[in-house]
Design a binder for this molecule. Sequence first.
Ligand SMILES: Nc1nc2c(ncn2[C@@H]2O[C@H](COP(=O)(O)OP(=O)(O)OP(=O)(O)O)[C@@H](O)[C@H]2O)c(=O)[nH]1
Ligand SMILES: [Mg+2]
Ligand SMILES: [Zn+2]
Length: 365
Amino acid sequence: MNRHIDYEEEYHGNDKKASRKERRIASNTDRSKFKKTDLKKVKSTVSNSSSSRGRVLSITGEGILISSNDQTYLCSIRGHLKKERTRNKNILAVGDFVYFQILNSEQGQILDVEDRKSILERVDVSGRKRQLLAANIDQVFITTSLVKPPLKPFLIDRYIIAARKGNMEPIIVVNKIDLLKGKGSRSKEVLEQKKLYKSFLHAYKHMGIQIIAVSCETNENMDLLEDMMINKASVFSGQSGVGKSSLINLILDLNLPVKKIIERTRKGAHTTTAATLIPLKKGGFCIDTPGIKSFGLWDVKKEDIIGHFIEIQESSKDCKFQNCKHIHEPGCAVLLAVKEGKIDPLLYESYATLIEGGTDEFTYY
Ligand SMILES: Nc1nc2c(ncn2[C@@H]2O[C@H](COP(=O)(O)OP(=O)(O)OP(=O)(O)O)[C@@H](O)[C@H]2O)c(=O)[nH]1
Ligand SMILES: [Mg+2]
Ligand SMILES: [Zn+2]
């Protein structure tokens, strides 16, 4: 097997390796922001005369696939770039623009990475490193589904915060809207989802974020989603099984692998295993990504979280204590507003989960 496989242990990780590396970086106390770190330090010593510019299409165990002038090259990374991995699980992401040396008609070596205009990142599975999910994109389609798997509003907030921090527009895509209608729509499970979905729409309509409900089964709003993608770079991200690849297949008329209908269990199976940059015939790009279980925010301070919840921030001005976290403090105006129904309970719960953090599924750093 290619020894460069650990470029990207990808989303499911290589646990042994990760824990070994974790120990190695355990003493690393560098808390500086990413903007000041890796890329700036990696200012090129490379002469550009012998290098070509390309874009990262995908990163797998075999190497990094670069597209340049309508050709693709499987590339390795030059040594000095690899050193930048102390706090980073990966130093390159799909969507990155890179300079590379062409070795032959199929292979090359990456010399340098261009500064990014935007980046989607999270805490990796080890909980200590920054994992880059996608770079140089305009919008994140925070993809969720109804019923199978059920809607998870808390995960959505994390994505919204990460998208805004990374300089991208968050857009919520609710897939499988067909499952709320027709056959089986009177089951307890579906009725509960209907209720949650209604509260979710109510809570999030004030957030200034576009929400689009779609279905790959009935094609509902598929034209609208396609229009939103034209001439933009978009990334589809979200839990496994919500239908990211199905949506891309339908809109771009592709054949990306999707989960088979016969499901033994409802969780676990990750169908897409590596992020891939796909060009749109009508202009623009989109990135399909593997499903994720949790989304730990990288380098987001607790103080910044409240800025995302406008109504909570507004109410907090009347709290008795200036350093009130709005969890259980006396004289908390936020808790009072929740009690009086002025703040949506769903939003408050999401806020509280983010502030308290700590659980496996919703790690907060
Ligand atoms: N009922 C219904 N099923 C859908 C819809 N969209 C996708 N599915 C089904 O959902 C399953 C999962 O779809 P995928 O496209 O593989 O999901 P994914 O988000 O790409 O999953 P990962 O690659 O594992 O992250 C497949 O069996 C699809 O047929 C929809 O709108 N309605
Ligand atoms: Mg997929
Ligand atoms: Zn308070």
